[in-house]
Each structure stands twice: as structure tokens, then as C-alpha cells.
Design a protein around this ligand. Structure first.
Ligand code: UGA
Length: 434
């Protein structure tokens, strides 16, 4: 198939290279500056396997780039839109980038028979977009095909998905969509467009809810001397619940959960439908950093002039994305309290915010620190030379915001004179090996 794909953010680019790998002829379209970077193999996102796949699909003549929507759309069997749909300050989803793409199609009068929306859009959007295309005389069908990629494993998730969802009206659209995904072995759900639009939001909302549930229970565990790791192991072993997304910590971050919850709450408000479970999910998450910070203050008493070493800047491992990262919320607490922040991350070397020194190594970052806090569960943080880390510190205090360190490492930390280890959802003495 010939596919034109608009938008080369992490979703668009991953989809473009993966569809090209499946054998389709893909033209990816973006602004000149972005395409220029891609032509030189410069990726704005750090995603495992993406660079190799990009090079392979370009070399095999399956992946092309363009900067002109209409030119790239001419002769294509389908056009997929994967541009950003950020949340506006009033909670509504900003669909301007999608409308801009449609504007190019309407102006040129060129439009493939199927337009597939990949971006996350509020329920009813595909219906509206189709009406405006038809009004402009472009008798194309608009389908919805949500993405469920996780940053850091996006290529794997694309090629080995749990399910593929098509929201479409006609048999023809379904056939084209099935052709597009031929070669991927996963159950396919075909449904109406509005339901498909909601599948995407509801999936993210449910995952965020699981995390907030675990975090809420972790507070109870701390109060009663239970261990959240044991609790979620027991709960998650029930097949009806499942073990994933039950890790307590500093809360979820990233560009999706917070944005999608806000958008879903706005959709509910618009029709007078309250969604209290989702309000609680967001509220619990918003409180995670204050809670972590309170632990720090309980030891420090006076934070002014203290130095905090932060391990992990990205919102999760295997990505350089800092959007809505818990780190940023922590940073603003530190700024308000006059705390100096020295941070280290294996792939983030710059932070778009004042008041932080990004260091080249964890050992540099921890020098003369009054506490170290693990914000992102990069596996390499678990295997640092922790006794050496502690020896570099002014005050030996370790806050493990992701419950990352093993009992063995914790025992090593505590062995260093008077060092304190504070995990999440466990009483402080539980870290000691029995
Ligand atoms: C999420 C969804 O998992 C994807 O299915 C979806 O396609 C994507 O959003 C999207 O809408 O684009 P992503 O934001 O990349 O993917 O990352 P996740 O792996 O879901 O993690 C989100 C946050 O939750 C991270 O900050 C992570 O550290 C945190 N998390 C995750 C926890 O705090 N505890 C857990 O048990 C799991």
C-alpha cells in the first residue's frame, strides 16, 4: 500500500518506520526543519531500535520524507494523521494541528480515499472531521486507529501489540486498515469510531487509575507498617486484576496520562457526566511529590541551602522525554524552598528549566549532597557503587522514589555510618534483610 503519514513525533515516526518495515511504501511528512534532521538521521526522540529501523527502511526504498502534505498525499491509498493534540489551559483538546492538515487537503482538492486518525482525539472528532471534508467536496472516509505505544518500547509495542483497534464505518475502510496491518499477529477489534476514540482514553485512564490505586495503598502501608510490594504482588496475582501498572512511587508522568485524563474529564463535563474516579486518580497523582518532599523535610527540618542529588530526569526509563516528568514537579518544590539541585540522567543532558545543574555522572551529582532521591527507575541506578555514593555525601540520606534498590544494596547503604534509606509504601525498618 502507499501510505502518507503526517507528523513524525514519536508515534508518527515509529508508525512510519514500522509500516515501511511491513513492506508498505510510506511517505512521512513534517515541517522542513524536522524532515531535514531526519534526512540526516537526527532523531528528536530517543527510542530503542528506532535509528536502525529508520536507516534500514530508507535504504530499502520503503520510507520517504516530504514537507508538503498535498504533494505527499497525491496517489496514496490512505493518509494517516499522527500530529500532536495537546490540552489547552481550559482543559479542551487542541485540534489545530489536525485541522491544519485537513486545510491543506481541502485547499489542494487532493485527498486519498481513507484518512486515518492516529492522534488521540476526543470522542466525536472523526465524525466532525469527516463532515468538514465532505462539505469541501472531498468524499473520503475518516477512520480512527488508536495507538497504544509506550515510550521506550514503542517499536516493540507497534510490532507486537496486545490488540489493534479500527473505528470505521465501511467495509472498504476496514479492508484497507487490515491490509495496512497485514503481517502483525494480534487480535483486531473493529467498532464504530466513537467507541474507538473512547477505547484510547479509557485505556490510559484505567492504567493511570491502577497506578494511583497502588500509590494510595502505599500511603496506607506506610501508616500501618505493611509493604506495598507484597500487597500488590498478592493483589496482582489475581488474573482478573493483573500485576502490571501497580508499582507505587513518585507517580506517573509523561505526555499522555495527565493530558488524556484532563481531556476525558472535559468531555464528561461537556455533557454533564461526572467522572469522580478519574478526578481522584489525578488528585492522588498530583500529591505524590508533596508527600515525597515531606519525607525529605522530616529529616532536614530546614531546607534552605541544602543540596539535593536527583537520579533520573526523564518521566520513565528508556526515553529522554521530560514532559510532565515527576522530576519537574520536584524541581519546583526545591526552587520554592531554596534547595540546590544536582541531577543526573543516563540520556537527558539538558533540562528546560532554571535551578538545576545536570551532571555528567551520578558520582559527580551526589558530591556534597544532603540527600539523594531516585526519581526514574533506570536499571543502572540499582547497580551503582552505593557505598561510594554515600561516602561522597554531606548527609547520607537516600530516598528511593521507585523502590528500585534491592535488599542487598540497601544493606550496603545502611552499613555506611548512620545512612538513612527511605522507600515508598514500606515502613523504614522493613528494608533490613531478615
Ligand atoms: C502510555 C500508555 O502506557 C500507552 O499504552 C499509550 O499508548 C501512551 O501512554 C500514549 O497514550 O501515548 P507512556 O506514557 O509511554 O505510555 O508510558 P507508561 O509506560 O504508560 O508510563 C507512564 C508513567 O507511569 C511513567 O511515569 C511510569 O514511571 C509510571 N508508572 C508506570 C508507575 O508509576 N507505576 C507503574 O506501575 C507503571
Amino acid at each position: 500500500m502507499r501510505l502518507t503519514l503526517i507528523g513524525t513525533g514519536y508515534v508518527g515516526l515509529v508508525a512510519a518506520v514500522c509500516f515501511a518495515k511491513l513492506g508498505h511504501e510510506v511517505t512521512a511528512v513534517d515541517r522542513e526543519q524536522v524532515i531535514h534532521g531526519l534526512m540526516e538521521s537526527k532523531l528528536s526522540v530517543w527510542e530503542p531500535e528506532l535509528d536502525t529501523l529508520l536507516a534500514d527502511t530508507r535504504d530499502s526504498g520503503k520510507l520517504f520524507f516530504d514537507t508538503d502534505v498535498a504533494r505527499a498525499a497525491a496517489g496514496a491509498d490512505a493518509l494517516m494523521i499522527a500530529v500532536g493534540t495537546p490540552t489547552r489551559v481550559d482543559g479542551y483538546t487542541d485540534l489545530r494541528q489536525i485541522r491544519e492538515v485537513l486545510g491543506h487537503l481541502m485547499q489542494s482538492g487532493i485527498c486519498p480515499p481513507l484518512v486515518i486518525i492516529k492522534s488521540t482525539v476526543p470522542v466525536g472528532t472523526c465524525d466532525e472531521l469527516e463532515v468538514s471534508l465532505h462539505a469541501a467536496g472531498l468524499l473520503t472516509e475518516v477512520a480512527y486507529n488508536p495507538e497504544f505505544l509506550r515510550q521506550g518500547s514503542a517499536v516493540y509495542d507497534f510490532l507486537e501489540p496486545d490488540r489493534i483497534v479500527f473505528g470505521c464505518k465501511s467495509h472498504h475502510a476496514e479492508t484497507l486498515l487490515r491490509q495496512l496491518y497485514e503481517g502483525i499477529n494480534a487480535p483486531v477489534q473493529v467498532c464504530d469510531r466513537r467507541s474507538a476514540e473512547l477505547v484510547k482514553y479509557a485505556s490510559n485512564a484505567f492504567l493511570a487509575m491502577k497506578i494511583s490505586f497502588a500509590n494510595m495503598m502505599s500511603d496506607l502501608c506506610e501508616g500501618y507498617g505493611a509493604d506495598i510490594r507484597q500487597v500488590v504482588e498478592g493483589v496482582g496475582s489475581d488474573q482478573r486484576i493483573g500485576p502490571d501498572f501497580l508499582k507505587a512511587g513518585v507517580g506517573y508522568g509523561g505526555s499522555c496520562f495527565t493530558k488524556d485524563l484532563k481531556s476525558l474529564l472535559t468531555s464528561g463535563r461537556l455533557i454533564g457526566c461526572s467522572l469522580p474516579l478519574l478526578e481522584a486518580t489525578a488528585k492522588i497523582n498530583d500529591q505524590r511529590i508533596s508527600r515525597m518532599f515531606a519525607k525529605l523535610l522530616s529529616i532536614w527540618m530546614n531546607p534552605i541551602g541544602k543540596r539535593l542529588c536527583v537520579l533520573g530526569i526523564s518521566f520513565k526509563p528508556n526515553t529522554n522525554d521530560v514532559r510532565d516528568a515527576p522530576f519537574l514537579a520536584l524541581l519546583s518544590h526545591c526552587q520554592r524552598h531554596g534547595i540546590e539541585v544536582h541531577a543526573y540522567d543516563p540520556v537527558v543532558h539538558y533540562v528546560p528549566a532554571d535551578g538545576v545543574n545536570v551532571m555528567d555522572s551520578p558520582y559527580d551529582a551526589v558530591r556534597n549532597a544532603d540527600a539523594v532521591i531516585i526519581m526514574t527507575e533506570w536499571p543502572q541506578f540499582a547497580s551503582l557503587d552505593w557505598p561510594r555514593m554515600i561516602q561522597h555525601m554531606r548527609l547520607p540520606l537516600v530516598l528511593d522514589g521507585r523502590n528500585l534498590l534491592s535488599d542487598e544494596v540497601i544493606a550496603q547503604i545502611i552499613d555506611v555510618n548512620g545512612a538513612i534509606y527511605m522507600p515508598v509504601g514500606r515502613s523504614i525498618d522493613q528494608h533490613l534483610p531478615k
